[in-house]
Design a binder for this molecule. Structure first.
Ligand code: PEP
Ligand code: MG
Length: 314
């Protein structure tokens, strides 16, 4: 099966009955964009740019960043690239960006909140992304957004830079990985171009279980019905405004979750590059109606164990 999936990796992601779901790759290193294409990725759905920064002993300057982002755009040859702006803090420390001592760093200065305290770092990164992209399909994504105020603050910076360097329009979207942003998806959907659901953090913040907690890892399941309801709300709000929704957390490559996410209406799945062929193969086994049954069944359960057992016998 694995060999079959690999042989068919360049087919576009779609269900057996032709419903299109894009399958993209998550990357932490722009040099791997070429491998993502080799594995059949239809684009990059999440470039974790903090890893681009972590690979350097000090903050990479504008030209260094342009060079690295350009490498990814070149390899992608016209396929879209979703670049997440620096997501530092919590589980992602950056040695040369010392953060204040906090009792709860996961609930502290991180993601877009942190980036907005040092706009010069964010601006250099945005300048580099816009310059490296040129006319190519760049999609900028903001991490850990909790409501529309943070989105507007970042959007103002993007628009100012675009005007300054005469960069073409790009899609600007947000990660949905804090429960407040899923609950407020209708208001965010009016202003953003897209959502990408980060199920790793969304699960952590919904279930109040540290995503790296060894003893609790079995209970930290993105197929929890509470998480699924937030995903459902997000997709409905986005589609009501004609916006697209991806999933870029681990859940996107869970074979039991793929039909549920498709049934909930997710438009794109972004997964680690080696899993692209498997996710496409999983899509080809499904029909849209069947996937909707998976979603309805999952949503009707009360615990993640019940969800997995119910899906098992479908
Ligand atoms: C997530 O939170 O699900 C996500 C994709 O981002 P990261 O794993 O980098 O926090
Ligand atoms: Mg996250």
């Amino acid at each position: 099966r694995e060999r079959e999936a690999y042989a068919a990796r360049f087919e576009p992601g779609r269900t057996r009955d032709g419903h299109r779901v894009e399958v993209a790759a998550n990357l932490g290193n722009t040099a791997h964009a070429v491998d993502a294409v080799d594995y059949g990725a239809e684009g990059v759905g999440l470039l974790r740019t903090e890893f681009v920064f972590m690979a350097h002993a000090e903050a990479p300057d504008l030209d260094t960043q342009i060079g690295e982002y350009r490498e990814a755009f070149d390899a992608l040859d016209g396929r879209p690239l979703v670049a997440r702006t620096l997501d530092v803090g919590g589980d992602k420390p950056l040695p040369y960006w010392p953060l204040p001592q906090e009792d709860n760093p996961f609930l502290g200065l991180r993601g877009i909140r942190l980036a907005l305290t040092r706009p010069e770092i964010l601006e250099t990164q945005l300048r580099a992304l816009l310059s490296a992209a040129g006319e190519r399909p760049l999609r900028i994504m903001l991490p850990m957004v909790k409501d529309v105020a943070e989105f507007r603050a970042a959007k103002a910076i993007v628009e100012r830079l675009q005007a300054e360097i005469k960069a073409p329009d790009v899609q600007l979207g947000v990660m949905i990985e804090i429960p407040s942003s899923a609950l407020l998806a209708p208001s965010l959907a009016e202003e953003v171009d897209f959502f990408s659901i980060g199920t790793n953090d969304l699960t952590q913040y919904t279930l109040a279980i540290d995503r790296g907690h060894a003893a609790l890892s079995a209970q930290s399941d993105g197929l929890h019905p509470a998480v699924l309801r937030l995903i459902q709300m997000t997709v409905e709000a986005a589609h009501a405004k004609g916006k697209w929704v991806g999933v870029c957390g681990e859940l996107a490559s869970d074979p039991q979750a793929v039909p549920v996410l498709v049934g909930l209406g997710v438009d794109e799945l972004s997964v680690s590059l080696r899993q692209v062929p498997m996710v496409k193969a999983r899509l080809r086994e499904l029909t849209l109606d069947g996937a909707r049954r998976h979603a309805a069944t999952a949503l009707a359960q009360a615990t993640s164990d019940a969800v997995r057992e119910a899906l098992e016998v479908l």
